[in-house]
Write a protein that binds this ligand. Structure first.
Ligand code: NAD
Length: 321
């Protein structure tokens, strides 16, 4: 039985679907603070809060858990700067609760949602796992703290982990059963689709004078179903005796903000009003990761690397909302 903490959220729900498709038994643990109960369409569901260790004990007593995948966290970078305590308490302290209960129940396989935000401003593109980790906000710092804890636990307790550093998760379940629904939404593709469907008036482009071919920022988008596949491959790698390790998960191709808007226009057939605005502080011009290590060690190969495919699946889901 795989415990999916935060499995009612965007990424966790896609992993839950994929695990069940491949014959795994799952239990989702989520406090629904940002998740959606109707995203938990597969496996078992237990509502509970990581901040409350009793909730965790109950779940570990009730199910024969072999491994844990941990998606639960607050995810708004800007908010983490304004209210760091909220982030350190949930993303760091509450993760320590989870690890404590795992050790108490002798569960020692852990797949962790880390992030490219642990690298901070890139000094080299593409970003490999050897890039220095100098996060520039409490969100990224908290994730790096957890990676550090995992490294120590792995040495001391025979604990096995895979820390997966995602770039920008995007797209939706190709079968359209679940998708992206953040409240508030800050991710580029859903915001563009909101502009396409008339839910918002326009989409702002922050900075058009970057040193990139069309002047707008370039980011690496990774399809959520490819992320799901990578998680399962990471789990199987640990089960087969793989050593604790960390892996970037990105597409390897960067797309500019203007390219994303243009592709969304082609897919949706809608006019999307783009408004050019000033640069935002702290936005690097290019953030693209190398996932060669995951390809090589986990034998992972993204299937939805094409931007049109990513936007098409997101649009099919978006139209249902
Ligand atoms: N979305 C991205 O592009 C991206 C990129 C890099 C890393 N990540 C990481 O991936 C993970 C999942 O991101 P997402 O976009 O699916 O976010 P999400 O908000 O959709 O999912 C997080 C889930 O965790 C739950 N949760 C939060 N705190 C909890 C607690 N104390 N107890 C129980 N449940 C709790 C929420 O209710 C939610 O369902 C996060 O850890 C995030 O930091 C996301």
């Amino acid at each position: 039985m795989i415990l999916i903490v935060g499995g009612a959220g965007y990424i966790g729900s896609h992993i839950n679907k994929e695990l069940n498709k491949r014959g795994y038994e799952t239990v989702v643990f989520d406090n629904l603070s940002y998740g959606h109960e109707d995203f938990v369409k597969w496996g078992n569901f237990e509502q509970g809060d990581l901040g409350n260790i009793d909730d965790l004990w109950q779940v570990f007593r009730k199910y024969p858990i072999d491994a844990v995948m941990h998606f639960a966290a607050f995810t708004y970078v800007g908010e983490s700067v304004e209210n760091p305590q909220k982030y350190y308490l949930n993303n760091v302290r509450n993760t320590l609760n989870l690890l404590q209960v795992m050790l108490e129940f002798d569960v020692k396989k852990f797949v962790f949602s880390s992030t490219c935000a642990t690298y901070g401003n890139p000094v080299e593109i593409p970003i490999t796992e050897n890039h220095p980790q100098n996060p520039i906000n409490p969100y990224g710092k908290g994730k790096l703290m957890v990676e550090t804890v995992l490294d120590d636990y792995s040495r001391a307790y025979g604990f096995k982990y895979a820390a997966l550093r995602y770039f920008n998760a995007a797209g939706a379940d190709p079968e359209g059963e679940i998708g992206e629904m953040h409240e508030p939404e800050t991710h580029l593709i859903p915001l563009i689709l909101d502009a396409a469907s008339g839910k918002r008036e326009d989409i702002k482009i922050f900075g058009t004078d970057y040193d990139t071919p069309d002047g707008t920022c370039i980011r690496d988008y990774i399809h959520v179903t490819d992320l799901a596949d990578a998680h399962i491959k990471a789990l199987e790698y640990l089960k087969n005796g793989g050593k604790s390790d960390f892996f970037n998960l990105g597409n390897g191709n960067g797309f500019s903000v203007k390219e994303v808007i243009e592709t969304a226009h082609e897919i949706t057939g809608k006019n999307i009003k783009a408004v050019e605005d000033d640069r935002r502080p702290g936005d690097p011009p290019v953030l693209v990761g190398s996932s060669d290590k995951a390809r090589k060690i986990l034998k992972w190969e993204p299937k939805y690397a094409d931007l049109s495919k990513i936007i098409e699946t997101a649009w099919n889901w978006h139209k249902k909302l």
